[in-house]
Structure formats: C-alpha cells, structure tokens
Design a protein around this ligand. Structure first.
Ligand SMILES: C[S@@+](CC[C@H](N)C(=O)[O-])C[C@H]1O[C@@H](n2cnc3c(N)ncnc32)[C@H](O)[C@@H]1O
Length: 490
C-alpha cells in the first residue's frame, strides 16, 4: 500500500533506456582462414555438404521428418476427429512463441515501483492543506487502485499449459516439425564435430511427444540407442509419444490414456528400451550420454526450479547436455541464465562431475556479449511444414550445448556466425561471436583474401562456425555505413 503523501514526494518521470546493438568497433580484426592443408589433424571437422573446402559450413538443407514418423503422424491425424485442431494448434503456437518465464519477486517489485511512478506522475495532486483526513484516505485509495490496475495490466501473467489429449494433438500439429528441425541441427553439429561420440542412451526432460528421441535417432541411427528415458508430467503427452513410436497405433486402440500408470510403464515389446515417466528419477546415479531439455524451461514455475532442474540434468549427463528454446529474447535470457549458472558451478570446482564447457553455439565461456543489447542470440532452421507438404518454413531458436570436462586443447574455437552473412559485390561481411566472447565483424574482400576464402565466406550461413583465426594486429579501418543498418536484426 502506498500513502498519498509518499506518492506526492516520489513523483518523478520515467526515463526510457535506449539500448543499441553493434558489432565490435570500426577497427575490424584481420581474418586468417584455416584451410584444410593448414589444419591440425586433430582439428574438428565439420560436415561438408559442398565438395569444396568450405569445411566450417554445416548443412543448410531443409530438415524433413523421417518417413516412419510422418507415416505415424498421418495415421494419428487420420483417426483423430476434432474440428478445433487447427485453431488450437495455431493459438498454442502463438502462446509458446510469446511465452515468457514467470516474473521473479524483484521483477514484480520493479514493476510496482515503475507503475507507482507513472501513476503519480500523471495524477493531479490537489493542495493538501485544505484536505480532511477522510479525503486524504479516499485519494490514497483511489491512487492505490489505479496503481494496482496498472501493475495488473503491465505484469506478465505466466501460466502453465495443461497438456491434455487435445493440447497434445495441437502440440503435434504446431510444433513437431519445427522442434525436430532445431534439435536435428544442434545434434548434427555434435555428430560432425565429435564423430567419436556415439550416444548409447538419451535422457529427455519435458519430452512431450518424443521429438528429441526421433531427432537424435535420425541423427545417430535409429537402432543405436540402447535406452531412451523420457520424463514428462503429462500422461497425454507420454501416450502420444508412445503412439508415435508404435507407428500411430494408440496404446489401447481407442485413443485413451491407459498405458501410463502413476509412475509410467515400459509398454509393449515395440517399446523395448524406452522408459516413460511422469517424474524425475530420485537418484542421480544413472548417467546418460545425451541429456536434452527442449522447450521446457519456460514451463517451470520459477527461476529456482529452473536452476534446480538444470543442475539435476547436468548431474545426469556424462556427455552432452542440450537446452533449446524458441528464439525470443525472453527464452534466450533463460538459456543464458542456465548457461551461466552451470558454468559457475563448473568454475567453483566443488564437484568434479560438474566440470564442463560450452560446446555450442559459443566458442567461449565468457558472458554472452548479446546480453547487453536488446536482441537475442538466436539461429534458424528450415523445415517442411507438417500440414502443408512442400511448404518450407523457418524456425528461430536459442540454445546451448554443454559438454562434460574441460575444452580440448585442439578445439579450433572458430568464431560463430551470429547473424545472416551479408554478401555484396566484391566483399562479404560476416558478423561473428569470437572465442574472446566479443561480437566482431569481418569483411572478406577479393583484394585482401584468396578466391577460396571469398567462396567460404559467401557459402557460410548464420549459425555456422567460420574457419578463421582472428587477430587485431594491423587491424583495418573499414566503414560500411550501408551495411551497419542491417546489424540490428533480431
Ligand atoms: C513445450 S513442451 C516441449 C516438448 C518437447 N520437449 C519438444 O521439444 O517437443 C513442454 C513439456 O514439458 C512438460 N513439463 C512441464 N513441466 C514439467 C515438469 N515439471 N516435469 C516434467 N515435464 C514437464 C509438459 O508436459 C510438456 O510436455
């Protein structure tokens, strides 16, 4: 409650913070390209979709669902009758894309303060010397009501999605293809940069309809995983995941949620090696090569629970831990929160099992340079629409992959391309996040770089690693005002 007198004294006008984003300074680093011939034999090799030397480039193909999954989806959709399915899927998609984490207490306090300031700044304060106690009380009440209304309108109202059967189906229609695509892109980089890594088991928290298991199996081989452990609090999500694995056949042929008991069951022989549970296993003793938490962090009701869950998942991992969320600023901030939290535990060194480093997208463990500006660090995956076959769509996502143990000394730590590459006549501009944790841009020109370097730069896409070593010696002053305009992409 705010008293009328306090409000009168705290009257002030809000000043809006204006943030801007720019890449490095006008002093651009010199980029020396790493060519296959110069490469240390231990240097990680990236997937080579092209037959030339563009070895920093990943596949930019449109990600398609595996045939088996598509057939199962068709079967499920064919037997599911709900006139609202498309509408439900569109509104669920909209909700998820704009979803934010629940406000913390301090954020809520900040909102209260700014609403108080705003309301009091616009309120006409009559001369108090002629006011009775009752009038003053009335005024205070009316002001407090205005403030309360303003807080209610301003504060984000987080609420969990209840994934019943109809929401699970809406999720399948809206999110299966884009979620599969972003995960496939992330997994593909692990596979290509770490070819010796062949995960035997997978742990998926908030597994939903099982998108991560399909994506991981498509990437490393359908029969390569001995165990897939899925945890999802929704029985209907688990049942739909099981139905997809069973080729579109509902567990009891009637589409009812029966396979799952309170603690889940292993199911039929076609589900051998799959475990579906509603709750996290109590013991962290069993570890997994690949641990995934996709599009679930924003579903957790508090920052404390997010961090607790992240720690449990990090403890469960003995290889890679993947967090992926939609590419919004809010989701990106949650990814940064988890990344920084787990890296800080790694730095503390209290528990050997918590040591790790960032595998992707960052080539560093420093604070994310994007955090200070207003845009998220996000990437794009192309995918085929589930409902309109042959329609190609793009999914934006933010992610972090942590790997257990220290970073290998032979890791080339090439910079990551964090915005679309700008190709111009005679030069190419790449906006990069470097191994020093800085945003830099380099200009690859015909006069200063070889033909091969120019080709690599042109073929490189947003999200790739650029095979260059950067140095600031004899840095060139290079102004391209036209191109600067384009740096504010989000
Ligand atoms: C947005 S869906 C993501 C599904 C899947 N990971 C994907 O990427 O397609 C979030 C899932 O998290 C599940 N979930 C939410 N809170 C949970 C919790 N506390 N424990 C386990 N699962 C949870 C929901 O039931 C839902 O299936």
């Amino acid at each position: 409650m705010f008293s009328y007198r306090n409000l009168l004294h705290s009257r002030c006008y809000l000043s809006k913070n204006i943030t801007s984003c720019s890449f490095g300074s006008s002093l651009r680093p010199i980029a020396k390209f790493d060519h296959p011939v110069n490469r240390d034999s231990n240097c990680p090799t990236l997937e080579l979709p092209q037959k030339d030397s563009s070895f920093g480039i990943k596949s930019h193909n449109i990600v398609k669902l595996p045939e088996r999954l598509k057939e199962a989806v068709d079967k499920i959709l064919g037997s599911y009758q709900d006139r609202n399915l498309i509408n439900n899927s569109e509104s669920l998609n909209h909700h998820l894309i704009f979803k934010k984490p629940p406000l913390t207490e301090s954020q809520l306090k900040q909102i209260e303060v700014s609403c108080t300031e705003r309301v009091s700044a616009t309120h006409l304060f009559p001369d108090m010397s002629f006011m009775s106690v009752d009038d003053e009380k009335r005024l205070s009440n009316s002001l407090n009501n205005k403030i309360r209304r303003s807080v209610k309108q301003t504060a984000y109202k987080w609420k969990p999605v209840v994934y019943n059967q109809s929401m699970a189906m809406a999720y399948l229609v809206a999110r299966l293809a884009p979620d599969f695509a972003s995960l496939y892109k992330i997994f593909s980089e692990i596979r290509s940069r770490d070819p010796g890594f062949q995960p035997q088991n997978l742990f998926d928290f908030g597994s939903g309809i099982g998108t991560a298991l399909w994506s991981a199996k498509s990437c490393w081989g359908m029969d390569k995983f001995k165990e897939v452990f899925c945890v999802d609090s929704s029985v209907d999500m688990n049942n739909l995941a099981i139905t997809l694995i069973q080729g579109g056949v509902w567990p009891n042929q009637q589409g009812e949620s029966r396979v799952m008991g309170e603690d889940g069951t292993e199911g039929s022989s076609t589900l051998k090696g799959f475990y579906f549970r509603q709750f996290m296993p109590a013991s962290p003793a069993v570890k997994y090569d690949l641990v995934v938490c996709a599009h679930t962090l924003l579903e957790l009701p508090s920052a404390e629970l997010r961090l607790q869950m992240a720690l449990s998942l990090w403890r469960k991992s003995q290889g890679y831990l993947v967090f992926v969320e939609h590419g919004s600023r809010a989701a990106y901030e949650v990814i940064v929160e988890i990344r920084d939290f787990l890296l800080s535990l790694s730095d503390e060194g209290k528990e050997a099992n918590l040591e790790g480093h960032v595998f992707s997208p960052c080539p560093h463990e420093a604070r994310c340079p994007r955090f200070a500006d207003s845009t998220p660090c996000n990437f794009e995956a192309k995918y085929e629409s589930l409902m309109k076959k042959q329609q190609v769509l793009k999914e934006r996502f933010s992610y972090v992959v942590l790997k257990k143990g220290p970073r290998s000394e032979t890791d080339s730590r090439w910079p990551r391309v964090v915005r679309p590459v700008l190709t111009r006549s005679g030069h190419t501009i790449c906006r990069l996040c470097t191994n020093e944790g800085k945003l830099e841009e380099i200009v690859v020109t015909r006069s200063k770089h070889s033909k091969e370097d120019n080709t690599i730069a042109r073929k490189t896409k947003w999200g790739d690693l650029l095979p260059v070593q950067l140095s600031h010696h004899e840095a060139q002053r290079d102004h391209s005002p036209d191109d600067k305009e384009n740096f504010k992409l989000s």
